[in-house]
Write a protein of this length. Structure first.
Lengths: 221, 264
């Protein structure tokens, strides 16, 4: 018998993990909120814009989607301040990165949703005399939201897990907390078992909440 | 060929309208006048331009040349013969004056029956929620759906959805109502309830232009029938004249013969 599991040291430092989880959630919520705004604005702009704007938005989306998140995190945290005169903390830098990153994914989600709204509904909106803005707010966006909710849930869960990448620039979120305990106690199996369980439970709770929202809206279809 | 009844000013005046989709000419200098209170039915084989004509009247489609006026006002373009498109705001205001009912109902799926009717009343007509609700309930009553005010479209049958569609259009108080094959997507047993609503609107004096394949209904409910073929008006006149089996118009005769063969 080689290795005996011993969780005592993990519990002694559990505040690192708990604080880390809260920070992970905070990073995710702020980044997703900003990313949602970016995604919505660019998607609405995209579907009504000409070729030049479309090309620029598509370039942004393709760039982000084809570069690993960890590289983007390094670029924004180490690269950007050497080129331009800005200074920000690691958490802020990560929020900027994850916002841009989630924005790119959400543009795609919202764009395909907007394009999936049946033409007939837009015609009906025109026929009763709604202006383009009114059609967008009262007809197109509500229907788009119902169409995209399942894809949106998946993206949100992914983005929550992506906060673990912040550990590479020493943001003390959950994965970083796990590394700290590992380095200081050498209880690698125990700490990662606990952290895995924490990601899993949190992910399930998020998914459950999002499914509730989905069901509520699906009933209203 | 004149399609206007004598001595009545036209509410809808379509003059020489032509339109092409790419290389396909869908409307060939179509002219059509509809007086206030008239019910005009447009018939014709599929692809003859009937639906496109209706969609031009409220400018859901633009057209290449000609003029469409409602109550003397040019619909899609600025006055004085220019081909300058109206602003989106103006277009929206013009469209509020025409009601349209669609083949596929096109109800807003996230809004209840009453909500579908209230949207235009609150956003376009500036009514309060309470006022709009009262109007919506009145029209739902008229189409026999007072008890479905709070149902979502998905909870309604096709016939019920289409009656909400009609209520949504007439509640706006349009000058003219456009009906685009409104029973074509319905199961046969649901057609009657929808046509009954249209008939009662006609009795109230609502001006209507409808595209339909319900020949019996067209004969009973319309003051005139327009027969379109290949994008142009091929024949026009009172129902008895147009639907007569011995018409001189070769294409009309063929259309009616085919129609009878397939529907009886």
């Amino acid at each position: 018998m080689g290795y005996a599991l011993n969780f005592n040291l993990i519990w002694r430092h559990f505040d690192k993990l708990w604080g880390g989880l809260l920070l992970s959630l905070e990073l995710a919520v702020i980044s997703i909120a900003i990313g949602t705004v970016i995604g919505l604005v660019l998607a609405v702009w995209y579907v009504s814009a000409g070729r030049i704007v479309r090309t620029i938005i598509a370039a942004y989306v393709e760039f982000i989607r084809n570069v690993p998140l960890i590289l983007l995190v390094y670029l924004v945290f180490y690269g950007l301040p050497t080129v331009v005169d800005i200074a920000y903390s690691a958490p802020t830098s990560f929020v900027v990165t994850l916002s841009l990153y989630s924005g790119a994914y959400l543009v795609e989600v919202f764009r395909s949703g907007l394009e999936a709204v049946p033409r007939g509904q837009l015609d009906a909106g025109k026929a009763i005399g709604l202006t383009p803005w009114q059609r967008l707010l009262n007809v197109r966006l509500p229907t788009m939201l119902r169409i995209t909710l399942p894809a949106l849930s998946n993206t949100f869960i992914s983005l929550f897990k992506d906060t673990s990448v912040a550990s590479v620039i020493s943001v003390p979120e959950l994965t970083y907390g796990a590394q700290w305990i590992n380095f200081n106690t050498f209880r690698i199996v125990e700490v990662y078992l606990v952290v895995t369980a924490m990601y899993l439970v949190t992910g399930y709770i998020l998914l459950f909440a999002l499914r509730l929202v989905e069901r509520r809206f699906r009933a209203a279809r | 060929m004149s399609t206007s009844p004598k001595n009545t000013p036209a509410l809808l005046d379509v003059l020489d309208v032509s339109k092409a989709f790419g290389t396909v000419q869908v409307l060939r200098s179509v002219s059509l006048q509809v007086a206030k209170g008239e019910v005009v039915t447009v018939i014709g084989p599929s692809g003859s331009g009937k639906t496109t004509l209706l969609r031009c009247v409220n400018f859901l489609e633009s057209y290449d040349s000609g003029s469409i006026r409602i109550d003397g006002k040019e619909v899609g373009f600025r006055e004085a013969g220019t081909r300058q498109r109206r602003s989106e705001r103006d277009l929206a205001a013009m469209r509020a004056e025409t009601g349209m009912v669609f083949q596929s109902f096109n109800l807003f799926p996230h809004l209840t029956a009453a909500g579908n009717i209230m949207l235009g009343l609150t956003k376009v007509r500036g009514k309060s929620n309470a006022e709009a609700r009262t109007i919506a309930e009145h029209w739902l009553g008229r189409v026999g759906l007072a008890h479905k005010a709070d149902s979502l479209p998905a909870e309604l049958s096709g016939g019920q959805q289409q009656r909400v569609g009609i209520a949504r259009a007439v509640a706006m108080g349009p000058k003219i109502l456009l009906l685009d094959e409104i029973t074509s997507a319905l199961d046969p047993e649901l057609v009657g309830e929808v046509l009954e609503v249209v008939r009662s609107l006609a009795e109230d004096g609502m001006t209507m232009v409808m595209v339909t394949h319900e020949m019996a209904f067209a004969r009973d409910a319309s003051s005139r029938i327009i027969f379109m073929a290949d994008g142009g008006v091929s024949a026009a006149g009172p129902p008895a004249e147009i639907l007569a089996a011995d018409t001189d118009n070769e294409r009309l005769r063929t259309f009616l013969a085919r129609f009878r063969a397939s529907h009886f």
